[in-house]
Write a protein that binds this ligand. Structure first.
Ligand code: NAD
Length: 458
């Protein structure tokens, strides 16, 4: 069978896998191949146990894999045989040298560019899907356009805005698709080719275009704004706890202003995930690089407040539990950085677990999807940690439960039974404000929400 277009994605991670599955699903007339350097990841994509959990992903992959979606480790053949190449490799925070702890580590990205250069026998459109510092496309162009045989490459920026946990619906009905290109004839033609791919299922008015630097920057700014909202409401939650106000009531009143809107106003233990902190620090680094120290300091405070919120959570636990956690059993409900994913990268649970272990608490970690990753995150950390998938069993014999991920299943537990199985007085710290605090208090729990007065039995 011949396909209208042959599309490659380099990087089979949380973005590459679901994004390409959606293109293959919506465009049966295109052949889509996803390659990765990690053979285990590719083997998992080709098996019944996909390497990542996303609601609805199994069904979509099941439909298209082997039909027009293929996973492979043959990067050379992938580059040779495809004309449109998405690059979705990881761009973590650099951990060494200049910019360590701040800027993006671009080694995977550059390696990919050099592979594209080496293995191409025909012109290609190369699409930045990874999140990158502004002006990365310039470096990409300089690497790619140094061929002597006249083969040309067009570099586009097409940042991905999906959110883990709702990736499939975000991909199916995106708020917008952003495509940045050079504003030359070639650049505009490449831009139109990519827009046509998305137009198979996304309404044209949602496919927006811009110059390439605006596109690169928009992704960093988008994540910075989202994280800023979380830090803003979390900062106010600290004030609510001092002033006997209730953060849910404040958020409702504030969010009903149509200029502000109600979303992303839930106080919590803070944001996690592989992107928010990394992308803000990247933005901060860029601002400093351009001498904009005040702008850098403004955005850096979003990360500072996030860590403050997590430390505050520990202080609340310590204060409530008579200033000692040593030898006490604490159950963590949730380890994933948010609900509906098994991803634990930068999860607040990692920081909180480590801090509780420093206090010599004994931990029981529970999560419906993230226990494998939790084990890896806490491997080698001193202290006692058990892993129990069932939330009710996990809480048995514990002095306290700390709810850290807003999994829906935690709303529907048999709390009477849980209360009866715990050491008394039993403490419940709701780090996501999703439980019915009044009811739990009536059952006998001492309840500590975020940004609200605690409900304590004396
Ligand atoms: N995870 C998200 O929710 C999300 C959302 C939007 C954007 N992003 C951005 O997308 C990019 C990818 O994120 P992710 O979460 O999918 O990362 P990931 O770590 O899950 O996946 C990246 C994959 O790239 C592979 N890889 C690295 N170098 C390679 C090479 N030279 N050749 C082939 N494969 C290579 C890795 O083995 C890995 O499987 C990042 O820049 C991230 O900031 C992520």
């Amino acid at each position: 069978m011949t396909f209208e277009k042959n599309i490659l994605c380099i990087g089979a991670g949380y973005v590459g896998g679901p994004t390409m599955a959606m293109i293959a699903h919506k465009c049966p007339h295109y052949r889509v191949t996803v390659v990765d350097v990690n053979p285990e990841r590719i083997a998992a994509w080709n098996s019944a146990q996909l390497p990542i959990f996303e609601p609805g992903l199994d069904a979509v992959v099941g439909k298209v894999r082997g039909r027009n979606l293929f996973f492979s480790t043959d990067i050379e053949a992938g580059i040779r045989d495809n004309d449109i190449i998405f690059v979705s490799v990881n761009t973590p925070t650099k951990s060494f040298g200049l910019g360590a702890g701040m800027t993006a580590d671009l080694q995977y990205w550059e390696k990919t560019a050099r592979q594209i250069l080496a293995f191409s026998h025909s012109p290609k459109i190369v699409i930045e899907k990874s999140t990158l510092p502004v002006k990365t496309a310039l470096a990409m162009e300089r690497i790619l356009n140094c061929r002597e045989d006249g083969i040309c490459f067009d570099v586009l920026s097409n940042p991905e805005f999906l959110a883990e946990g709702s990736a499939l619906s975000d991909l199916e009905e995106p708020d917008r698709i952003l495509i940045g290109s050079r504003e030359t004839d070639r650049g505009l033609r490449a831009r139109a080719t990519l827009a046509d791919i998305y137009a198979n299922w996304v309404p044209r008015e949602r496919i927006i275009t811009s110059n390439i630097w605006s596109s690169e920057l928009s992704k960093l700014v988008s994540n910075a704004f989202l994280a800023q909202r979380i830090s803003s409401i979390n900062a106010i939650s600290a004030l609510c706890e001092k002033a006997e106000a209730d953060i849910t009531e404040v958020a409702r009143a504030v969010g009903m202003d149509s200029r502000i809107g109600p979303k992303f106003l839930n106080a919590s233990v803070g944001f996690g995930g592989s992107c928010f902190k990394k992308d803000i620090l990247n933005l901060v680094y860029l601002c400093r690089h351009y001498g904009l120290d005040e702008v850098a300091a403004y955005w850096e405070s979003v990360v500072t407040i996030n860590r403050f919120q997590q430390e505050r959570f520990i202080e609340t636990m310590l204060g409530a539990m008579f200033n000692t956690l040593a030898g006490k059993k604490i159950c963590l409900w949730g380890f994933a950085f948010k609900a509906n994913t098994g991803d634990t990268r930068e999860s607040p649970a990692i920081f909180i677990a480590r801090r509780l272990l420093e206090e010599q608490a004994e931990l029981v970690v529970s999560d419906p999807k993230a226990l494998l990753n939790a084990r890896a995150d806490l491997a080698g950390v001193d202290g006692s940690v058990r892993y129990v998938e069932d939330a009710t069993l996990a809480a048995e014999g514990c002095h306290a439960v700390a709810l850290l991920t807003e999994w829906d299943c935690y709303r529907h537990l048999d709390f009477e039974r849980i209360f009866g199985s715990m050491v008394q007085p039993a403490f419940l710290f709701d780090g996501r404000n999703i439980l019915d605090h009044g009811r739990l208090y009536e059952m006998g729990f001492n309840v500590y929400p975020v940004g609200k007065p605690p409900l304590v039995h004396f």
